[in-house]
Each structure stands twice: as C-alpha cells, then as structure tokens.
Design a protein around this ligand. Structure first.
Ligand code: IVH
Length: 695
C-alpha cells in the first residue's frame, strides 16, 4: 500500500503508533486546554505527519480514537455565515511571459476589438494575506466577511473593527451602499516580533505572515485580535450602490480618497511589455517590501470591458495572477508510492525527507506518471531538486546524479493495482496507467466518495478524507446513498457512533446535521458530485442548464444509451461537449449500478431543478440559440457568454428545438438548415436589439 517513513515491522509500527498517539494527545491538551504548548508548531505537525504516514502504511492501526480521526480536532469555527451579495471569486494564473500573452490574446479575441492598441492593463501587487469583503451601509462599516467558498464566508466584523487601516466611516461622496474587497495581511517585521513574543511566552508560533494574519482574524476572542498588528489593502469592489469609476485605476483612486490603503506602486498602460517590466521590477524588489506578495495581478482597466468579459467558472476573464517563480529545495526520496485515484489512474508519489520550501514543510511530491519517472531517471534514495509554486502539489524537477552513492534503487512501475490487485493497464496513446478493477477497487470507490462530499460537490462539513476512509473500512458508507442513511443506520448500531472513541453526542449530532443540510442540492452540483469522467464543474453546469432536471437528464440518457439517435446528438450539440465527454456520459448512464445509485439518491434528496440566472426578466431565457457565420459586433465566445448569462441555451447545431439562429457573414449549412426547418433567423443587430429590449 502507501509508503513508509521507515521500514518497520507491524510490531514496531504498533509501538510507535501508540507512542505518537499518546504524545499528540498530550500536546493537544497542553495547547487547547492548558494554553501552554511545550513544543513548536513545526514539531507538532511533524508528529502528526508521522502518525498519518504510519496509518497510511498500516491501516489496521487506525483506531477511532486516533488523533487523525478526531472530528472535533478543528472545531467548527463558531463564526456566523454570511452570503456574499456579489461572489468573491479567485484568479486564474499565468506562470510565464508566454502564458501572459495568451491571456492578453484571449481577451482581445473575446472582445473582438481590432488590434491590441486599445487594451489597457493595470498591474498591481498580489498580496499574500486573506481576502475580506467590507460592507458599508449609510457609509458606515456594518459587516466584514471572509471569502469562504466564494459564495458564503464567515462573519468577522468584530475582529475587523480592530484593524486601524479599515475606515469605520466613509466620506459623503461615497455611495450609500458599498462593498470594498481587499486583503488583510501582517507586515514581515511585525510578524517576526509577534513570533518572538509568542515564543517567549512558550506559545505556538506561526509559520508565515499569512498564517499569522489568518490565525489572528479567525480568533473568537476579539481581545486577542486587538493585540495583533493587522493591516488592510483595498483592491476591488463588490456590490456598489452607484457608479464609482470607469476604470480599475479610477477605483484605486477613489479607495485612496476614501481613506483606504492601496498597494503601491501600480502600473497602468497600453502595450504588451509594460506589465511584464513592472512584474520583473517588483520581483527584483520583493525582499525590500514590508509585506509578502506572491505575484502580480493584471486587470483590464476599463470596467465596461470587465463587464463584457465576465467570468468563467470561478475566475474573471478580465484578470489573472502572474505568479512568482516556484521556490526550490534539495532533499532525498525515501520511497515511491502509488496512489490510486477516483478514475483508477495510478499516480506515483515521492515520499521525501521532509524539508521546508518557502515556509512550508514538504514531505510528498508528485511524479505524475511512468513517463515522468523515466524522463527524470529518478531512483529511490536519490537527491532531488523539488519545487513548490503556490498551492500546487510540489514537483520533482531533477535528479542530482553527482550525489549518487550506487545504493539507489530503480523503481519499477507496477502492472497491478496496489490496492485491489487488478491488472493495471496503459492504453495506447495514453500516459496514464489505470487500474481495471472499477467498482471492486476500494481505492477508486473511496476516492469517488471523497469527491462526492468535497467542497464543490455536496460540501458536507465534517466529512473529510479520514472520516470517509474510516466509514468505508467499518462498512458504514460504501455508496453515496449510505451517507444519507447513516443517521438511521446508526440507531441500530452497537455501539452507536456517539459512543466510539473520539466521538461524542455533539460530534455525531454535528455530522448528521451537516449531512441533512445537504439533502437539498442544486442540480449542477449534483451532476458534478457524480464524478463522471471529464465532467468538471463547467460541464456539469452546462448539462444542468440544458436538461434542467435529473428526471429529464436520465430519460434522455436512457434514450441515448438504447438507441443513440436524437438524444445522443442532442447531447453532442451542447456547447463544449465533444465526442469524448459525450461518450463518458453515455457510459456512465449505461452502467446499471450507476442507475441504481441515482434511483436511491433521488429517494433521499431534493435535487433543485436548474434555474438559469436572471431567467425571469430576460426575453431570451429558456430559448435555444445557435450562432453561426462570422460575427462582427462581438466574438462568438462573447455572444455565447452573454446569451447564457441571460438564461438562453446555446447550441452548436440547428434542430427543430432551436429557437433562434443568429447568422453573421458567410453563414453556411446551419443557416440553410434553419431555413429548411423554419427556425427564426436573426442578424447580429436584430439579436442585440432583442436582448437589450431595443427592438
Ligand atoms: S483582484 C475577482 N487584486 O488573490 C477577483 N486580488 O488568488 C479579483 N489578491 O481572491 C481579485 N492581491 O483575494 C486582486 N491586488 C489584488 C490582490 C488580489 C491579492 C487575492 C484575492 C483573490 C486571490 C486569488
């Protein structure tokens, strides 16, 4: 199975496991109850990692009372939840000049503006802190929230009130209602001083300024927050009562005028190279800045263009983060393990001698696949350069062959699944080796369950990886529907969950409550949770928007499976669903077991039918539109994005279900088909008139 820190016999492992459990519990108590920790954060984390490792190697040692199994270990925060009026999204990334130009080109293509002479970008430092949304009503600060999942954050108003950079009141020229978004951070010198103070008091220190800022804000005791040196930089707006500026740089000026701190300097300019020069300059001076930054953010300066560009999934099209290069370090590969993913892919993982890279302890790095191992020529025992960029999984960059002693061992990629022993095959033209065990492979089943409850799927709080694994091993949760039957099932269990070691009335109750909270779920999240191969969040949304209800989707897919024909073609006509994805979807529904799971889930859940955004007040909501030919007033991508934002469905092919065909210059076969079928054909101008209500 998974890898070991040391090669141990089961008895040695049991011995060490017992010792670690006792030690960790002691330090938990010292830290949480006595407020008197005796060891550093890093040492504590190292012990926990050892424990996790042993349990990964010897799952039989994992008992319900192990600290790794404690639900209550990270107590649910105790902060009130707040829904964001405007979602707080994240940023896409670019890592080099080429990706930066692609970002620019994409924008220009989308906007369909001639040349690039007019594209003005603003470049600004990317602050490495925690994002926060400040809400002002009647020009008074009334609320502060963390980002959370982007749609719902935590109410940290009381804590934020203690930050002196945050104005409590805005001047008369600010709008009545205003949300200011920005980053809460701690300066590097203040962070060092705080850690010194904590160490002197024998308290746990923070790993980096960002953790220190986050830890200080997420304090239930405001008195503690008050003693912490926190700052705030404003960089964007959420909901606004009235128009504030035409440009992003205009927003910066207003923020400054209203008393906010903004990161300086910034850059604004037309042309490709300016933002890159700014990036290089800031990268060079990074060490001299009083606070940590992890890159540069480029934003389209014109706000009307930002509006047109809109969002894809969770990130705006009009902005991106240019990340600073990864930080590297040298360490030793102790072992190579194989992990089996949700879809059966075998991924080699290097277990490393733990090492700090850019402030974070790294003990695993991905080796991606068999080809990568061969390309690197990596052996067990090798000294390697590893690197870490942002939150991405650390990678092995190269082997230091000059450090070889001759005792290194070559790694042979397995041809059987290390979990279920089924054959693992590499299909022609693929890099991935896959376990062929399918449903009988526990690793795949467990990974699928983890995906099912994960944040962007069912988002069941308190059901982390470890808990899923344990419920699986205890035979309590084997299929998604078991999650929703757990509470009932528990009533007949001896002993019931609340009497297991490490559990109690409260923690069991919390878990059932968070499961029950998720019995109602939006259709797109439900589809995503199913974990159909190649169906990510965006595709799940498209499917939900197209079929609206699970019943309808199931009917159509059953037809697609039985007879192919119209239903399969319709599936293929959905934007972004090509033959590969369509085939995966068809295969999923062709599987009897999956149909069974769906039927069972329907009994337990209330799956909301998909409501298109702004559906009610748009003249084209619910209509199916096909764009064809060369559009002149906007790009194809923008036309589609806009139609979808208004609740219309867009399709790539014309059928009797098509409501409108918008034909640009040189429209060909689709236009012909529309005329044959008697579908309404509109020019670009007519379409714009229709959607803007000007017709
Ligand atoms: S603009 C729609 N500007 O980075 C999102 N974000 O990794 C617009 N961040 O969630 C964000 N410094 O919390 C923007 N100067 C800056 C920033 C910045 C830090 C954060 C922000 C965002 C995260 C994405």
């Amino acid at each position: 199975m998974a890898g070991a820190l040391f090669d141990m016999s089961l008895e040695d492992a049991r011995d060490r496991h017992n010792k670690l459990v006792a030690e960790i519990k002691k330090h938990d108590r010292l830290y949480h109850q006595d407020d008197a920790p005796e060891i550093s954060d890093a040492d504590y984390d190292a012990m926990r990692r050892d424990l996790e490792q042993i349990e990964a190697d010897y799952p039989e040692l994992m008992t319900a009372d192990s600290p790794t199994q404690q639900v209550g270990a990270a107590p649910s925060s105790g902060f009130k939840k707040i829904k964001h009026a405007v979602p707080m999204l994240s940023l896409s990334n670019v890592f080099d000049d080429e990706e930066y130009s692609e970002f620019r080109d994409r924008i220009l293509r989308f906007l369909n503006e001639p040349g690039d002479s007019g594209l003005e970008l603003l470049a600004e430092q990317k602050i490495d802190g925690l994002s926060c949304s400040l809400r002002y009503e009647g020009r008074k600060l009334v609320q502060a929230a963390t980002r959370g999942d982007g749609y719902e954050g935590e109410d940290i108003t009381a804590n934020v009130m203690t930050i002196t950079d945050v104005p409590h009141e805005l001047p008369a020229d600010a709008p009545e209602t205003l949300e200011v978004r920005g980053e809460i951070y701690m300066r590097k010198d203040e962070f060092a001083a705080l850690n010194q103070k904590l160490a002197a008091e024998d308290k746990k220190i923070f790993a980096n300024p960002r953790n220190a800022a986050a830890g200080s804000v997420r304090q239930l005791n405001v008195e503690v927050t008050k003693t912490r040196p926190l700052h705030f930089f404003g960089y964007a707006l959420g909901e606004t009562g009235s128009e504030i500026a035409d440009t992003q740089s205009g927003i910066r000026e207003k923020l400054k005028a209203w008393g906010f701190q903004i990161p300086e300097p910034s850059y604004v300019g037309i042309g490709v190279d300016g933002p890159l020069r700014y990036y290089k300059e800031i990268l060079g001076n990074r060490a001299e800045l009083p606070y940590d930054i992890d890159g540069i953010v480029y934003k389209v300066n014109r706000l009307d263009w930002q509006d047109r560009l809109g969002f894809v999934s969770r990130a705006p099209r009009w902005a991106t983060a240019h990340k600073f290069p990864a930080e590297q370090a040298v360490t030793i590969i102790n072992k190579i393990d194989i992990q089996v993913g949700r879809t059966g892919v075998l991924t080699p993982v290097a277990r490393l001698e733990p090492i700090t890279v850019g402030g974070v302890v790294v003990s695993n790095a991905t080796l991606h696949n068999e080809d990568e191992i061969n390309r690197l020529g990596v052996k067990i025992g090798d000294h390697v350069v590893i690197q870490r960029a942002g939150d991405v999984i650390p990678q092995v960059v190269k082997v230091l062959e000059e450090k070889r002693t001759g005792r290194e061992e070559a790694f042979k990629f397995p041809f059987r699944c290390p979990v279920c022993d089924s054959l693992a095959l590499r299909e022609e033209g693929e890099v991935a080796v896959r376990c062929t065990g399918g449903l009988i492979c526990p690793a795949q089943a467990v990974e699928r369950l983890k995906h099912f409850v994960s944040r962007n799927a069912f988002d069941i709080e308190g059901m982390g990886d470890k808990i899923i694994q344990m419920f699986w091993e205890k035979d309590l949760v084997r299929s998604p529907v078991d999650i929703f039957r757990l509470e009932e099932r528990n009533k007949g269990l001896a002993p019931p969950l609340q009497e297991w070691e490490g559990w109690g009335e409260k923690s069991a109750e919390n878990l059932f409550a968070s499961i029950n909270e998720r019995r109602r779920i939006p259709f797109n999240r439900f589809i995503y949770a199913l974990g159909i191969r190649q169906v990510g969040e965006a595709t799940a949304k498209r499917l939900a928007a197209h079929y609206r209800t699970l019943q309808h989707l199931r009917d159509e897919m059953t037809q697609a499976v039985d007879s192919g024909g119209g239903a399969y073609e319709e599936l293929l006509s959905i934007e972004d669903i090509g033959p590969g994805v369509a085939e995966e979807i068809r295969m999923f529904f062709a599987e009897k077991h999956n149909q069974q799971v769906l039927t069972e889930l329907e009994l337990e859940l209330d799956i909301e039918s998909y409501d298109a955004p702004q559906a009610a007040d748009s003249p084209v909501s619910g209509k199916t539109v096909v764009f064809t030919g060369t559009l002149e007033l906007m790009s194809r991508a923008e036309a589609k994005a806009r139609a979808e934002a208004l609740g219309a469905k867009t399709s790539g092919s014309v059928s009797s279900k098509t409501d409108y065909v918008v034909a640009g210059a040189e429209a060909g076969s689709k236009l012909k088909k529309a005329q044959e079928l008697g579908v309404l054909v509109l020019s670009e101008q007519e379409w714009l008139a229709l959607i803007t209500g000007a017709g």
